[in-house]
Design a protein around this ligand. Structure first.
Ligand code: ADP
Ligand code: MG
Length: 270
């Protein structure tokens, strides 16, 4: 199959939205799988104590497994905690275990509490795995874990669910991103908005889609992810939907979205 273009520089993308259930994890995992399928090296960092991205990529994440928690504490390197997914030898995941649940509070009293993930993501640390893309899957909050993700990244990808309350909370998210830009990470941009769980049978889905496109213009990917049972079944098998049912509408949409992400990254100036 055709390779996706390699980015001009290593792209670190934080997938954030403080609302739960909007498709953060699903998008991080399936975009990562799509890019890996087409020749790129990808690392997913699971930063949610729920460990859903770890589950979806089929990597070990029982308590005690070297994970992003030990990475934040500085006890293990990113490369030591990373596990290869069985879907692709180009797709890696740093898992989250339940040990991360306490980190939000433990971090408060730590030195450089906002930039511990950034430290762990240094060029030297990443050169071992040499990913073209790093996706950081955030928990559904705007706490210190999400701040760490925003400080460590150059880009934020916001999944928006095509539903009634989709835009609620978005201004709060954008305000937090601005605060991080102003005080902690000048180079952070909201590069990508992805519309998820689109249900073509409802008028509402189209209204939300139009409103988001009106508001955010070209930041919104042309590809919209449909609501599809296959997408929700795949994690139960420790797989991305691209591995679970490659011909499904959900898989093809995530592959299209991954292609768009890759093509944008290739065009972006350094
Ligand atoms: P978040 O990480 O933002 O909390 P998830 O990615 O875990 O959201 O998605 C929430 C739930 O919706 C999960 O059960 C997931 O399997 C399901 N889901 C996500 N995207 C789709 C989709 N396109 N079609 C059907 N179900 C989906
Ligand atoms: Mg999640």
């Amino acid at each position: 199959d055709k390779m996706f273009p390699r980015p001009t520089h290593r792209r670190v993308i934080t997938v954030a939205n403080q609302k739960g259930g909007v498709g953060k994890t699903t998008s991080a995992v399936n975009l990562a799988a799509g890019l890996a399928l087409h020749g790129l090296r990808v690392l997913v960092i699971d930063l949610d104590p729920q460990g859903n991205a770890s589950t979806a990529l089929g990597v070990e994440h029982r308590s005690g497994t070297p994970s992003v928690y030990e990475v934040l504490l500085g006890e293990v390197s990113l490369a030591e905690a990373a596990q290869m997914s069985d879907q692709s030898d180009r797709l890696y995941c740093v898992p989250a275990t339940i040990d991360l649940a306490g980190a939000e509070i433990e971090l408060v009293s730590m030195a450089a509490r906002e930039s511990r993930l950034k430290e762990a993501l240094s060029d030297e640390a990443l050169d071992v795995l040499d990913p073209d893309y790093v996706f950081i899957d955030c928990p559904p909050s705007l706490g210190l874990l999400t701040v760490n993700a925003m400080v460590a990244a150059q880009e934020v990808l916001i999944p928006i669910q095509c539903e009634y309350y989709a835009l609620e909370g978005l201004s709060q998210l954008l305000r937090n991103i601005e605060l991080v830009q102003a005080h902690l990470n000048r180079s952070l941009t909201v590069s990508t908005i992805l519309l998820t769980m689109y249900d073509g049978r409802t008028k509402l889905a189209d209204q939300v889609t139009n409103e988001v496109r009106h508001h955010f213009g070209d930041t919104v990917l042309a590809t919209v992810i449909p609501r599809s049972v296959k997408v929700s079944e795949a994690p139960g098998y420790g797989q991305s939907v691209l591995a679970y049912d490659p011909g499904s509408r959900g898989a093809m949409s995530y592959l299209d979205a991954a292609r768009e992400v890759a093509e944008r990254g290739a065009e972006a100036p350094r």
